[in-house]
Design a protein around this ligand. Structure first.
Ligand code: NAD
Length: 251
């Protein structure tokens, strides 16, 4: 049964893998047997230690994903070493302000990292996957804001709702070609992304009161879903947005 989830012989590229959910996903994939290519703008040293402790190799590629400029280089550097079998689009940002005051600069920054770069990085790696006909697994990190509105995060909600739609479109185009495109929608996890919410006593209490599991998610709670969607166990799963949310959406 375990072999269904075995990733030995596979290489996974994870964006934003230096911290938070991306780091937890990289470590979980490595624990299932995958070698890791970690892409991001900050030091990956901590992730590299954890991946090596799991017995796998890691290549770090330094890149700022706020523009499309580094994409060609990322593909060249990653593919020079091996085939990328699994792509996890995790890097993302959030900017908070009332919709009435939201600036164009914040809108563009969020949409560029969370949606535009995700699409073109995915396109670049999918071209390789389609060219050698060996398929692949693409996992987008969506959000509860792919399903709900939220408050004070208009660009984030637009980007994550857009990412859910994009996940389905890409699944429809590529499912017949052996590529599985799916998304994970994390609930409320303790990372930098949610620090402001956890520090706001009222918002923290409101959020906790609504989570049936009664606690914020720990990044390690997300790894299993990523391993599942990256593995053979998910071969007939296309275009889903899988919530990992302590029951939030069930409420
Ligand atoms: P985080 O802020 O700790 O991590 C974000 C990661 O993205 C970091 O590695 C950061 O370096 C990287 N990144 C951001 N902008 C980048 C850029 N321009 N170039 C390269 N890398 C860049 O937050 P996190 O919670 O770990 O977020 C990971 C993903 O999960 C994001 O897409 C986020 O929207 C999503 N998410 C998080 C939560 C949560 O509760 N924490 C909930 C739903 C979705």
């Amino acid at each position: 049964m375990m072999s269904l989830f075995d990733l030995h012989g596979k290489t996974a590229l994870v964006t934003g893998a230096n911290t938070g959910l991306g780091q937890a996903i990289a470590v979980a994939l490595a624990s299932a047997g995958a070698d890791i290519v970690a892409v991001g703008r900050s030091s990956m040293a901590e992730t590299e230690t954890a991946v090596r402790n799991a017995g796998r190799s890691m290549q770090a590629i330094s890149a700022d994903l706020s523009t499309l400029e580094p994409i060609e280089r990322i593909v060249a550097e990653a593919s020079g070493e091996r085939r990328i079998d699994i792509l996890v689009n995790n890097a993302g940002i959030i900017r908070r302000a009332d919709a009435i005051d939201y600036t164009e600069a914040d809108w563009d920054a969020v949409m560029d990292v969370n949606l535009k770069t995700v699409f073109f990085l995915t396109q670049a790696f999918a071209r390789k996957m389609l060219a050698d006909n060996q398929g692949g697994k693409i996992i987008n990190i969506a959000s509860l804001l792919s399903f709900q509105g939220g408050i004070r995060i208009p660009a984030y909600t637009a980007s994550k709702s857009g990412l859910a739609g994009l996940t389905k479109l890409l699944a429809c185009e590529w499912a017949g070609r052996g590529i599985n495109v799916n998304a994970i929608a994390p609930g409320y996890f303790s990372t930098n992304n949610t620090q402001a919410l956890r520090e706001d006593e009222d918002r923290n209490a409101q959020i906790l009161a609504r989570i049936p599991a009664g606690k914020w998610g720990d990044p390690s709670d997300l790894g299993g879903a990523a391993v599942f969607l990256a593995s053979q166990a998910a071969n007939y799963i296309h275009g889903i947005v899988l919530p990992v949310d302590g029951g939030w959406l069930a409420r």
